[in-house]
Design a protein around this ligand. Sequence first.
Ligand code: HEC
Length: 219
Amino acid sequence: MRYFIGIWIFLIIAVVSLLGFRGSKSKDQPLYVFPDMDWQAKYLPQGENKFFADGRNDRPMVPGTAGRGYGNQLASVFSADYTDPVSENPPLYSGKDDEGEWMRGFPVEVNDEFMLLGQQKYDIFCAVCHGASGDGNGVVKQYEGATLIASLLQERLMAMPEGEIFNTITHGKLNMGAYGMKLRPDERWAVVAYVRALQLASSASVDDVPEQFKSELGL
Ligand code: HEC
């Protein structure tokens, strides 16, 4: 019986001391049985640093530093014959012309293959919302809360420079998400070309049909 009471009291103390203080706050450092690598000498981003006069860990770039390529292309960026694709054709990436205005026209050759690429990407990425014909009646429209999808066939967007539409695809606009991470620059321009084709198709008259196709269509 004496042992029993002793063990009983010991168990109560053990349970209370192990579980009873769970959740309570303490300023003392917890007992670390396995410290692993929780403490190590390192410089944290935006941390304080007494070595430098400005007291910051992060060092400013050396004046005159020029960006070159992307971090994930180390081999090509440091090769002697590296050329920066952006500087070779800036509007292809920015949608802006030499004067910094939204580009009108296309920074690449528009041909059949390019239009087919645009159609394919439009059908994959845009048609769910803007509709296969660009009228803004994609399948998403059936669902509540998605009633404000723009029609791409409105006059304002027909008059909008190609570069600005490219920019909308790259960065998104208001409720629309960005597609710059999902489509390459040339693919985005191809989509712009296809949007132009949809706009033309919605507003064209019989006179716009080339002669060679008129008889084929029985016009
Ligand atoms: C998830 C739905 C959705 C998808 C997918 C989508 N859009 Fe949009 N888009 C919108 C909505 C919503 C608006 C209207 C933005 C607003 O006014 O809030 C819009 C607006 C636009 C505009 C007009 C912007 C302006 O200046 O008013 C263009 C151009 C456009 N989208 C093109 C595209 C193209 C090209 C694609 C495919 C790469 C695409 N969108 C994919 C929802 C979508």
